[in-house]
Design a protein around this ligand. Structure first.
Ligand code: C2E
Ligand code: CA
Ligand code: CA
Ligand code: CA
Length: 278
């Protein structure tokens, strides 16, 4: 038993060591990715009626060996290493550059981009200045920028966060509460936040036709949106029946594979506007 115990400990240590070195390797890879400009943005349309009103910006890592790496595989490491600050700054700059470019084409001038903001970024003291700088550096219009926050980010230091949101709201930037329904939002503080949109988490959309609880949650979110005068968007809409059910419940904004997968800029522009080249 003693023997096994020692082996168990050794195995555990080896496993921990492997995890630590995998993370270190990833952090090194991310540094190179920044330096060698291996990050790319994908764009996924957001729909209202039969028009594209905007797009969510989704980060990808074009890795020289591994191909396109999804953000779920590297953002957690970038968060804990702090590299997300630099990466997030780059995402904001790129998004604002794209907004300014679109603003020069009249038919896309009102499109907005929704950018995901990590907890680390939001709680950073320079956050407000960096958003302002990205808008100013690129000549982008604040009204065309939406920032997506998640509920868990708002649990900590809420007064400071509200103050930051107010400063950006005053410029015209809007805020959307992502993955809504999965967190711990209490209605009392939801009212205090200068939000313009709630984003129904895709886990509720997925089973809307078969799970009465999920349908009830979606109904509640839509009612909440109405009473707080917030737009509500459903994410992860994959099928026509899901879409029809959401419409029937009163949802007006949509995002999901049914309308378009996240794609690189050229493909997005081509799909959304035949004549639009960039
Ligand atoms: P999220 O903000 O909840 O983004 C939505 C995710 O759902 C995206 O995954 C998108 O590709 C996926 N999705 C969209 N439509 C559908 C659908 O119809 N069905 C299904 N099954 N999935 C759909 P993705 O691109 O892998 O991003 C994962 C997460 O990584 C995002 O979740 C977000 O939390 C984070 N992320 C992505 N880009 C950034 C970024 O620039 N900065 C930060 N901080 N986080 C980012
Ligand atoms: Ca999001
Ligand atoms: Ca989600
Ligand atoms: Ca989401």
């Amino acid at each position: 038993a003693k023997e096994r115990g020692r082996n168990g400990v050794r195995f555990f240590n080896q496993q921990m060591q492997a995890e630590v070195s995998a993370r270190t390797e990833l952090a090194t890879g991310l540094r190179q990715a920044m330096a060698q400009q291996q990050f790319v943005l994908h764009f996924q349309p957001q729909i209202q009626g039969d028009t594209t009103v905007g797009a969510e910006v989704l980060l990808r890592w074009q890795h020289p060996d591994k191909g396109l790496v999804a953000p779920g595989l590297f953002i957690p490491v970038a968060e804990s290493s702090g590299q997300i600050l630099q990466i997030g700054r780059w995402v904001l700059q790129q998004a604002c550059m794209q907004l300014a470019e679109w603003a020069r084409h009249s038919d896309t001038a009102s499109w907005y981009l929704a950018v995901n903001v990590s907890a680390r970024q939001l709680h950073d003291v320079h956050f407000v200045d960096e958003v302002k700088k990205a808008l100013r550096d690129n000549g982008a219009i604040a009204e065309n920028l939406v920032l997506e926050l998640t509920e868990s980010q708002l649990l900590q230091d809420i007064d400071t966060v509200i103050h930051k949101m107010q400063q950006l709201t005053a410029l015209g930037v809007r805020f959307s509460l992502d993955d809504f329904g999965t967190g711990y939002s209490s209605l009392s503080y939801l009212k205090r936040l200068p939000l313009s949109q709630l984003k129904i988490d895709r886990s509720f959309v997925r089973d809307i036709l078969t799970d009465a609880n999920d349908k009830a949650i979606i109904k509640t979110i839509l009612a909440l949106g109405q009473s707080l005068e917030l737009a509500v968007i459903a994410e992860g809409v994959e099928t026509e029946p899901q879409y029809q059910k959401l419409l029937q419940l009163g949802c007006q904004q949509f995002q999901g594979y049914l309308f378009g997968k996240p794609v690189a800029l050229a493909e997005f522009a081509k799909a959304q506007l035949g004549s639009f080249t960039q």
